[in-house]
Design a protein around this ligand. Structure first.
Ligand code: G6P
Length: 608
């Protein structure tokens, strides 16, 4: 959601900024803009639509010469997507330019005040108030003006600012929206996310909340909102540039689906030690694990679906009561946080606004917070008491695949270790789980071999208007994710149902040729799910079923059957999700859609 890129150095800024913005496209946006200091004035270009429109408008940046600039991709919140509302926003005198990610919540009040003072607005955005407020408070010292403005705004922001009076500087600030500063000798960068910088540097400073940065070719300084000079250490990012490139794949999504075996290996293997799962870095002593009385798992989107799997696995193995919540609901429902309970926040980006707010709410109620996060140094990772990092590496496609898979693996490991420590399972069972964990990456690799068959099947569903997914237990949790994957990138209406619940409403929607995807991998629940498949078949549904070897009889009922290899039943979701990810990918591809950047969606949802 909204991307910021800025550059100062010896090279032309605009092409570097446009390139940085293109690496942030995955965040989701609907307009883009750029401002560059050309030696005399700040020149700006902005346009609704894809970045290609802005690139054309600026002759790939060549029309905006200069070595210092800022750029932005906007995901509309306040004001529709159009040229005027695109960032940067400038003051009337064209001496201050601002790009902003986040929401200024008290912008109406601020705007009215400014209008009373004679400021004229040219957009409907909340951001424009910042350009005029900076004008109001600027007396020659940009940092002082920024401090004064930020003390008066409510809400979230990551900011990049240019002042004409200080032409060889970029000013930056953040609160609750991510911003990183990159350094490569005399060249300095700002960006919403690390992939925008990887081409140039792996040395970054993560900006903390309520920090201001000044960047010039010579140096970088960080200040608190009270003007105090701060000392910060740079961090070397482990990800390399190839991780943020397509590497020969047609889409990031396909590449990331294929990266799952290595992502799983990187998540699982470092924790397997001497017949135990090493959770020492989480600071959860065996005593604390034994005392746990309840776990709440809170997340959004696919991370929430991983949480639903987590609930089944944790309850089954560790015998601890688990509740799951959507972060947007949890944060407003006055949850009960008892002593000896643990709140687990799951998030790929570590920046999702609702998940972060839920974390803060739970923390304020005295809960201990464990975060399962992919992005190192992200807000959720920093604010949690302890972090289980997933090893997915950068995920660019809006539709998550490898990060979700790694979240499942994180839950398996937590559940198995909690179960061992609490004595809920014996040594043999624990060893069996470890062995199953070790086998998972290779099994996923094997499954990826069914790609062509899935493409063939997916092509039969291209014209569908509605699709229903169903399953029981973990198969239901996987159906939720399979259905979301499909709807977000194919724009086909899709719903997932607990198979036993179909009869309570949804079955009335089943008619001749209604497509149904049935997940039936659980031996224990197979006869029950089979009955539900028969029920929809009887009403004319066209059924694609997923099952495990041994259930060949399903071919007599379903129209198409896909077999996934067997594993530990509680870990089956890691295998059954693979064909469903590929199915969604090929349906989207077959419908000619933008697989990696589906309409209206953002990778990192940093607003409520
Ligand atoms: C967006 C993404 C989803 C993701 C969700 C939660 O909606 O498109 O793929 O599951 O946010 O994001 P998080 O970064 O917290 O996992």
């Amino acid at each position: 959601m909204c991307g910021i890129a800025g550059y100062i150095g010896k090279n032309q800024a605009a092409p570097i900024i446009l390139d940085g913005l293109s690496r942030l496209e995955y965040r989701g946006y609907d307009s883009a803009g750029i401002a560059v200091f050309d030696g005399e004035r700040i020149r700006m270009a902005k346009a609704a639509g894809r970045l290609s429109v802005l690139k054309e408008l600026t002759d790939n940046g060549r029309a905006l010469p200069g070595c210092c600039g800022i750029g932005h991709t906007r995901w509309a919140t306040h004001g529709r997507p159009c040229d005027e509302n695109a960032h940067p926003h400038m003051n009337r005198e064209n001496t201050i330019a601002v790009v902003h990610n986040g929401i200024i919540e008290n912008y109406r009040k601020l705007r009215e005040k400014l209008e009373r003072k004679g400021y004229v607005f040219s957009s409907e955005t909340d951001t424009e108030v910042l350009a005029h407020m900076l004008t109001e408070y600027y007396r020659g010292d940009p940092v002082e003006a920024i401090e004064k403005v930020l003390h008066r705004v409510e809400g979230s922001y990551a900011l990049g600012i240019l002042f004409l009076d200080h032409p060889h500087h970029i000013y930056a600030a953040r609160r609750d929206s991510p911003l990183v500063v990159g350094v490569s000798g005399e060249e300095k960068f700002i960006a919403s996310d690390v992939p925008a910088l990887l081409e140039h540097t792996r040395t970054v400073y993560y900006m903390e909340n309520e920090e201001i940065a000044t960047l010039s070719a010579g140096n970088i300084r960080f200040y608190s909102l009270d003007g105090e000079l701060l000392s910060k250490k740079p961090v070397t990012v482990e990800w390399d540039i190839s991780a943020a490139q397509k590497g020969g794949y047609a889409h990031f999504m396909l590449k990331e689906i294929h990266e799952q075996p290595s992502a799983l290996r990187d998540t699982i293997f470092p924790r397997l030690k001497d017949r135990r799962i090493d959770l020492d870095d989480l600071g959860l002593s065996e005593e604390k694990i034994r005392r746990l009385r309840r776990i709440s798992i809170v997340a959004c989107g696919s991370a929430y679906h991983a949480a639903v799997v987590g609930k089944y696995v944790l309850e089954a193995l560790a015998r601890i009561p688990v509740e799951t919540d959507l972060a947007s609901e949890y944060r407003y429902r006055c949850p009960i946080c008892e002593p000896d309970s643990l709140v687990i926040i799951v998030s790929q980006s570590g920046e999702t606004a609702d998940s972060l707010a839920a974390l803060r709410d739970a923390k304020a109620r005295g809960s201990r917070i464990l975060a399962i996060v992919n992005v190192v140094g992200s807000s959720i990772a920093r604010e949690a008491d302890c972090v289980f990092y997933t090893g997915a590496g950068p995920e660019i496609s809006v539709a998550t695949t490898k990060a979700y898979s790694c979240q499942l693996a994180a839950f398996y490991m937590l559940a198995a270790e909690f179960a061992r420590v609490r004595g809920a399972i014996g040594a043999d069972r624990f060893c069996g789980l470890l062995a199953a964990l070790k086998r998972l990456p290779a099994q996923v690799r094997e499954l990826l071999g069914c790609q062509e068959k899935i493409q063939f099947l997916a092509n039969r569903y291209l014209a569908a208007d509605h699709i229903f997914f169903m399953g029981r237990g973990i198969d239901y949790a996987i159906s939720l994710e399979g259905s979301l994957k499909l709807k977000e990138i194919s724009y086909i209406h899709s719903e997932a149902y607990a198979a036993g619940e179909l009869k309570h409403g949804t079955i009335s929607l089943i008619e001749e040729q209604t497509p149904v995807v049935a997940v039936a991998t659980s031996d224990r629940l197979y006869p029950k799910t089979l009955s539900n498949i028969v029920e929809v078949k009887t009403r004319g549904a066209m059924v694609l079923a997923l099952t495990t070897p041994g259930h060949e009889d399903l071919a007599r009922t379903a129209d198409y059957v896909l077999f996934v290899p067997e594993t530990e039943p509680l870990f089956m979701g890691s295998l059954s999700i693979i064909p469903l990810q590929l199915f969604a990918y090929y349906v989207s591809l077959g419908r000619g859609l933008d697989v990696d950047k589906p309409r209206n969606l953002a990778k990192s949802v940093t607003v409520e």
